[in-house]
Design a protein around this ligand. Sequence first.
Ligand SMILES: Nc1ncnc2c1ncn2[C@@H]1O[C@H](COP(=O)(O)OP(=O)(O)OP(=O)(O)O)[C@@H](O)[C@H]1O
Length: 224
Amino acid sequence: MSQIIEVNGVSKRFKKRTLMKDVNITVNEGSTIGLVGENGSGKSVLYKMIVGLIEPDTGEVIVRGKRIGRDVDFPSNTGALINDPGYIAPYSGFKNLKYLAEINQIIDDEKIRDTLKRVGLDPEDKTKVKDYSSGMKKKLGIAQAIMENQDIIILDEPFNALDAKSVVNIRQVIKELQTEGKTILLTSHNHEDIEMLCNDVYIILDQEVVEFDEKIKEMYFSHQ
Ligand SMILES: Nc1ncnc2c1ncn2[C@@H]1O[C@H](COP(=O)(O)OP(=O)(O)OP(=O)(O)O)[C@@H](O)[C@H]1O
Protein backbone atom coordinates (compact mmCIF):
# COMPACT_ATOMS: atom_id res chain seq x y z
CA MET A 1 0.00 0.00 0.00
CA SER A 2 1.43 3.38 -0.90
CA GLN A 3 1.31 6.46 1.26
CA ILE A 4 -1.06 9.04 -0.14
CA ILE A 5 -1.04 11.62 2.66
CA GLU A 6 1.80 12.50 5.03
CA VAL A 7 1.54 14.98 7.86
CA ASN A 8 5.10 15.62 9.02
CA GLY A 9 5.92 17.49 12.22
CA VAL A 10 2.97 19.83 11.97
CA SER A 11 2.35 22.42 14.68
CA LYS A 12 -0.38 25.02 14.87
CA ARG A 13 -1.26 27.78 17.29
CA PHE A 14 -3.92 30.43 17.24
CA LYS A 15 -2.88 33.55 19.10
CA LYS A 16 -1.54 32.25 22.41
CA ARG A 17 -3.15 28.84 22.27
CA THR A 18 -1.14 25.91 20.97
CA LEU A 19 -3.61 23.62 19.26
CA MET A 20 -1.22 20.90 18.15
CA LYS A 21 2.47 20.24 18.20
CA ASP A 22 4.64 17.93 16.15
CA VAL A 23 1.79 15.98 14.59
CA ASN A 24 2.80 13.06 12.39
CA ILE A 25 0.30 10.93 10.47
CA THR A 26 0.68 8.71 7.46
CA VAL A 27 -2.36 7.66 5.47
CA ASN A 28 -2.15 4.68 3.15
CA GLU A 29 -4.00 4.78 -0.14
CA GLY A 30 -7.37 3.05 0.13
CA SER A 31 -7.54 3.14 3.92
CA THR A 32 -10.08 4.86 6.15
CA ILE A 33 -8.72 6.99 8.94
CA GLY A 34 -10.78 8.04 11.94
CA LEU A 35 -9.89 11.12 13.95
CA VAL A 36 -11.47 11.61 17.34
CA GLY A 37 -11.00 14.16 20.10
CA GLU A 38 -12.90 16.55 22.28
CA ASN A 39 -14.74 19.59 20.92
CA GLY A 40 -12.19 22.19 19.95
CA SER A 41 -9.23 19.78 20.02
CA GLY A 42 -8.36 20.61 16.40
CA LYS A 43 -9.83 17.85 14.21
CA SER A 44 -11.30 20.23 11.65
CA VAL A 45 -8.15 22.37 11.71
CA LEU A 46 -6.01 19.30 10.95
CA TYR A 47 -8.23 18.36 8.02
CA LYS A 48 -8.23 21.98 6.81
CA MET A 49 -4.41 21.87 6.83
CA ILE A 50 -4.54 18.71 4.70
CA VAL A 51 -6.71 20.44 2.07
CA GLY A 52 -4.72 23.68 2.20
CA LEU A 53 -7.33 25.89 3.84
CA ILE A 54 -5.12 26.54 6.88
CA GLU A 55 -1.34 26.71 6.83
CA PRO A 56 0.68 24.88 9.50
CA ASP A 57 3.08 27.04 11.54
CA THR A 58 5.76 24.40 11.20
CA GLY A 59 6.01 21.08 9.42
CA GLU A 60 4.48 20.03 6.14
CA VAL A 61 1.56 18.22 4.59
CA ILE A 62 2.33 16.11 1.54
CA VAL A 63 -0.47 14.71 -0.60
CA ARG A 64 0.43 12.40 -3.50
CA GLY A 65 4.04 13.57 -3.22
CA LYS A 66 3.19 17.27 -3.45
CA ARG A 67 3.66 19.67 -0.60
CA ILE A 68 0.49 21.61 0.13
CA GLY A 69 1.06 25.38 0.01
CA ARG A 70 4.31 25.01 -1.92
CA ASP A 71 3.83 22.64 -4.87
CA VAL A 72 0.05 22.97 -4.96
CA ASP A 73 -2.53 25.13 -3.16
CA PHE A 74 -5.02 22.29 -2.76
CA PRO A 75 -4.63 18.54 -3.15
CA SER A 76 -5.99 17.33 -6.48
CA ASN A 77 -8.90 14.92 -6.78
CA THR A 78 -9.98 15.48 -3.18
CA GLY A 79 -13.50 15.99 -1.88
CA ALA A 80 -14.04 17.55 1.50
CA LEU A 81 -16.88 18.27 3.84
CA ILE A 82 -15.39 20.28 6.69
CA ASN A 83 -17.64 22.23 9.06
CA ASP A 84 -20.54 23.87 7.21
CA PRO A 85 -19.74 24.45 3.56
CA GLY A 86 -20.87 27.77 2.11
CA TYR A 87 -23.88 27.19 -0.08
CA ILE A 88 -25.68 29.60 -2.36
CA ALA A 89 -28.75 30.12 -0.20
CA PRO A 90 -31.38 30.91 -2.85
CA TYR A 91 -30.39 27.94 -5.01
CA SER A 92 -31.75 24.38 -4.71
CA GLY A 93 -29.42 21.53 -3.76
CA PHE A 94 -29.15 20.44 -7.39
CA LYS A 95 -28.35 23.97 -8.56
CA ASN A 96 -25.68 24.35 -5.87
CA LEU A 97 -23.96 21.16 -7.00
CA LYS A 98 -24.29 22.14 -10.65
CA TYR A 99 -22.63 25.47 -9.88
CA LEU A 100 -19.72 23.65 -8.21
CA ALA A 101 -19.52 21.05 -10.99
CA GLU A 102 -19.00 23.83 -13.52
CA ILE A 103 -15.58 24.54 -12.00
CA ASN A 104 -14.04 21.20 -13.05
CA GLN A 105 -16.55 20.26 -15.74
CA ILE A 106 -15.99 16.54 -15.34
CA ILE A 107 -19.51 15.44 -14.40
CA ASP A 108 -22.89 15.90 -16.04
CA ASP A 109 -26.36 16.59 -14.60
CA GLU A 110 -27.13 12.88 -14.45
CA LYS A 111 -24.15 12.24 -12.16
CA ILE A 112 -25.28 15.11 -9.90
CA ARG A 113 -28.80 13.65 -9.73
CA ASP A 114 -27.44 10.16 -8.97
CA THR A 115 -25.21 11.52 -6.21
CA LEU A 116 -28.10 13.43 -4.63
CA LYS A 117 -30.17 10.24 -4.62
CA ARG A 118 -27.23 8.28 -3.24
CA VAL A 119 -27.03 10.49 -0.15
CA GLY A 120 -30.81 10.50 0.31
CA LEU A 121 -31.83 13.81 -1.29
CA ASP A 122 -34.44 14.24 -4.01
CA PRO A 123 -32.75 15.75 -7.09
CA GLU A 124 -36.07 17.26 -8.18
CA ASP A 125 -36.65 19.01 -4.85
CA LYS A 126 -36.78 22.75 -5.58
CA THR A 127 -36.45 23.78 -1.91
CA LYS A 128 -33.88 26.53 -1.56
CA VAL A 129 -30.85 25.57 0.48
CA LYS A 130 -31.59 28.42 2.89
CA ASP A 131 -34.73 26.45 3.82
CA TYR A 132 -32.94 23.11 4.15
CA SER A 133 -32.85 21.31 7.50
CA SER A 134 -29.43 20.67 9.09
CA GLY A 135 -29.57 17.03 8.01
CA MET A 136 -30.34 18.00 4.40
CA LYS A 137 -27.42 20.45 4.41
CA LYS A 138 -25.16 17.71 5.74
CA LYS A 139 -26.26 15.32 2.97
CA LEU A 140 -25.63 18.00 0.36
CA GLY A 141 -22.14 18.50 1.79
CA ILE A 142 -21.44 14.78 1.51
CA ALA A 143 -22.77 14.82 -2.07
CA GLN A 144 -20.37 17.60 -3.11
CA ALA A 145 -17.46 15.73 -1.51
CA ILE A 146 -18.09 12.57 -3.53
CA MET A 147 -19.87 13.64 -6.73
CA GLU A 148 -16.73 13.92 -8.88
CA ASN A 149 -15.55 10.46 -7.90
CA GLN A 150 -12.74 11.97 -5.85
CA ASP A 151 -10.00 9.58 -4.68
CA ILE A 152 -9.50 11.24 -1.32
CA ILE A 153 -12.65 12.01 0.64
CA ILE A 154 -12.59 13.99 3.87
CA LEU A 155 -15.78 13.85 5.89
CA ASP A 156 -15.72 15.86 9.08
CA GLU A 157 -18.71 14.81 11.22
CA PRO A 158 -20.74 13.40 8.32
CA PHE A 159 -23.30 11.83 10.66
CA ASN A 160 -24.09 14.93 12.71
CA ALA A 161 -27.72 15.98 12.32
CA LEU A 162 -28.68 12.82 10.41
CA ASP A 163 -31.69 10.72 11.47
CA ALA A 164 -31.18 7.02 12.22
CA LYS A 165 -32.18 5.83 8.74
CA SER A 166 -29.90 8.37 7.08
CA VAL A 167 -26.99 7.30 9.31
CA VAL A 168 -27.45 3.73 8.05
CA ASN A 169 -27.53 4.98 4.45
CA ILE A 170 -24.44 7.19 4.75
CA ARG A 171 -22.53 4.38 6.49
CA GLN A 172 -23.45 2.20 3.50
CA VAL A 173 -22.27 4.90 1.07
CA ILE A 174 -18.95 5.09 2.91
CA LYS A 175 -18.59 1.30 2.77
CA GLU A 176 -19.18 1.42 -0.99
CA LEU A 177 -16.55 4.15 -1.33
CA GLN A 178 -14.14 1.90 0.59
CA THR A 179 -14.85 -0.94 -1.83
CA GLU A 180 -14.14 1.45 -4.69
CA GLY A 181 -10.68 1.98 -3.16
CA LYS A 182 -11.14 5.54 -1.92
CA THR A 183 -8.96 6.98 0.81
CA ILE A 184 -11.30 8.34 3.46
CA LEU A 185 -10.64 10.62 6.43
CA LEU A 186 -13.46 10.78 8.95
CA THR A 187 -14.29 12.37 12.24
CA SER A 188 -17.15 11.36 14.44
CA HIS A 189 -18.10 11.64 18.08
CA ASN A 190 -19.90 8.33 17.71
CA HIS A 191 -17.95 5.29 18.84
CA GLU A 192 -19.92 2.96 16.56
CA ASP A 193 -19.18 4.91 13.35
CA ILE A 194 -15.49 4.88 14.11
CA GLU A 195 -15.38 1.19 15.07
CA MET A 196 -17.42 0.14 12.07
CA LEU A 197 -15.73 2.19 9.36
CA CYS A 198 -12.11 2.93 10.20
CA ASN A 199 -8.91 0.93 9.72
CA ASP A 200 -6.73 3.31 11.70
CA VAL A 201 -7.93 5.63 14.42
CA TYR A 202 -6.13 8.62 15.91
CA ILE A 203 -7.02 10.90 18.78
CA ILE A 204 -5.98 14.47 19.46
CA LEU A 205 -4.98 14.42 23.08
CA ASP A 206 -3.08 17.19 24.88
CA GLN A 207 -2.16 18.82 21.55
CA GLU A 208 -0.71 15.61 20.19
CA VAL A 209 -2.11 13.12 17.74
CA VAL A 210 -1.68 9.59 18.98
CA GLU A 211 -2.94 6.19 17.92
CA PHE A 212 -6.25 5.41 19.50
CA ASP A 213 -5.34 2.08 21.06
CA GLU A 214 -7.55 -0.05 23.30
CA LYS A 215 -6.35 1.61 26.51
CA ILE A 216 -6.99 5.16 25.33
CA LYS A 217 -10.25 4.08 23.70
CA GLU A 218 -11.63 2.73 26.97
CA MET A 219 -10.60 5.86 28.84
CA TYR A 220 -12.00 8.23 26.20
CA PHE A 221 -15.39 6.66 25.56
CA SER A 222 -16.03 5.84 29.22
CA HIS A 223 -16.14 9.61 29.81
CA GLN A 224 -18.68 10.31 27.07
N1 LIG B 1 -9.13 30.28 11.74
C1 LIG B 1 -9.09 30.20 13.05
N2 LIG B 1 -8.64 31.23 13.81
C2 LIG B 1 -8.57 31.13 15.16
N3 LIG B 1 -8.94 30.05 15.86
C3 LIG B 1 -9.40 29.00 15.16
C4 LIG B 1 -9.51 29.03 13.74
N4 LIG B 1 -9.99 27.82 13.32
C5 LIG B 1 -10.19 27.11 14.44
N5 LIG B 1 -9.84 27.79 15.54
C6 LIG B 1 -9.89 27.29 16.91
O1 LIG B 1 -9.19 26.07 16.96
C7 LIG B 1 -9.82 25.20 17.89
C8 LIG B 1 -10.06 23.86 17.24
O2 LIG B 1 -11.12 23.99 16.31
P1 LIG B 1 -11.65 22.75 15.46
O3 LIG B 1 -12.82 23.26 14.70
O4 LIG B 1 -10.55 22.13 14.72
O5 LIG B 1 -12.13 21.74 16.60
P2 LIG B 1 -12.76 20.28 16.46
O6 LIG B 1 -11.85 19.32 17.13
O7 LIG B 1 -13.08 20.02 15.03
O8 LIG B 1 -14.09 20.46 17.34
P3 LIG B 1 -15.57 19.84 17.25
O9 LIG B 1 -15.49 18.44 17.79
O10 LIG B 1 -16.34 20.74 18.14
O11 LIG B 1 -16.01 19.91 15.81
C9 LIG B 1 -11.06 25.91 18.39
O12 LIG B 1 -10.76 26.49 19.64
C10 LIG B 1 -11.30 26.98 17.35
O13 LIG B 1 -11.92 28.11 17.91
